[in-house]
Write a protein that binds this ligand. Structure first.
Ligand SMILES: [Zn+2]
Length: 286
């Protein structure tokens, strides 16, 4: 995996185009499996990552019995620097499945959530470049989790039993981000602290002219945990969570217009730049 801060947008565009080309990305359907294979292909470029597949079957109202697979990429720490066993883990997560549509070909789920998955793939490469740049051992273990079936839970029926969270593999861990975009749900003091850190990083990068827009992304507004999403499974188990999501939802959300043409690459660049800087601070104190 390679990362270059000057090619953030072209790399994300390439990843996003590939992910939306697999729509509909329903659990167990060819598009969902192709997305899993893409994720595996990219993480396999490096020996730094162990891949696990958390697979299970559940029945959904429209599509029937589905084969769900959460894809978990864990930094193994072996090829670079060893991690201590009792460290906490930073989990960065988003869902890769796309919402069920009667006319699936019209819908790409570009913001929801092809772009966040593309961002996670690039963040993993950015983390590797940090390992090359800094000598210190990362402060946390690191996992990227690509959830399956978020749309099944949220949109088809309000049940959280359909999709497990790989919880046995995650245990007592730290902070996760399902769905990027900027509004956030914070259910704990750790989340507030981390959110303030994002605000500070945004201001710093703005003052360094490292961002492409003049928008304010992290603006201090919180909903105190009201938006239901993948993070709920962690919150109820007492895991500190920082959930980032745009609110109000984008105009194209859950419509056929949530496609590649709807994406604002300058904003995506800025958010990714902030999050990668956050990752650097969180993992390496740099
Ligand atoms: Zn959705």
């Amino acid at each position: 995996m390679s990362y270059n801060s000057s090619s953030i947008i072209p790399t994300l565009q390439q990843y996003t185009k590939e992910i939306v080309s697999y729509t509909p990305r329903y659990p167990g359907y060819p598009g969902g499996i192709a997305t899993q294979k893409m994720i595996a292909r990219i993480f396999s470029q490096s020996e730094n990552w162990n891949l696990e597949y958390d697979t299970f079957f559940e029945t959904a109202p429209i599509l029937g019995r589905l084969n769900f697979t959460n894809v978990i990429a864990s930094y193994n720490g072996e090829s670079k620097r060893s991690n201590s066993r009792n460290k906490k883990t930073l989990v960065i997560a988003a869902h890769y499945d796309s919402k069920y549509q009667k006319t699936p070909n019209a819908f790409q789920g570009a913001t929801d959530s092809a772009v966040p998955c593309a961002m996670m793939l690039q963040m993993a490469a950015a983390f590797e470049s940090m390992l090359d740049s800094y000598n210190n051992i990362p402060n946390y273990d690191l996992k990227f989790i690509f959830f399956d079936g978020e749309e099944a839970v949220k949109e088809w029926m309000a049940r959280d039993t359909w999709r497990r969270c790989g919880k046995n593999k995650i245990s007592t861990k730290d902070v996760q981000f399902p769905n990027f975009d900027i509004h956030r749900t914070i259910t704990n003091s750790e989340g507030y602290k981390r959110y303030e850190q994002l605000e500070n990083i945004e201001m710093k990068l703005k003052s360094q002219n490292s961002l492409k827009t003049t928008k304010r992304y992290f603006n201090g507004v919180t909903d105190n945990g009201q938006i239901s999403d993948d993070h709920m499974h962690f919150s109820v188990r007492g895991v500190p969570v920082l959930h980032l999501i745009s609110y109000p939802f984008p105009k194209v959300w859950h419509t056929p217009n949530d496609n590649y043409e709807a994406l604002d690459w300058d904003s995506i660049h800025d958010i990714q730049t902030i999050l990668i800087d956050f990752l650097r601070a969180h993992m390496f104190n740099k």
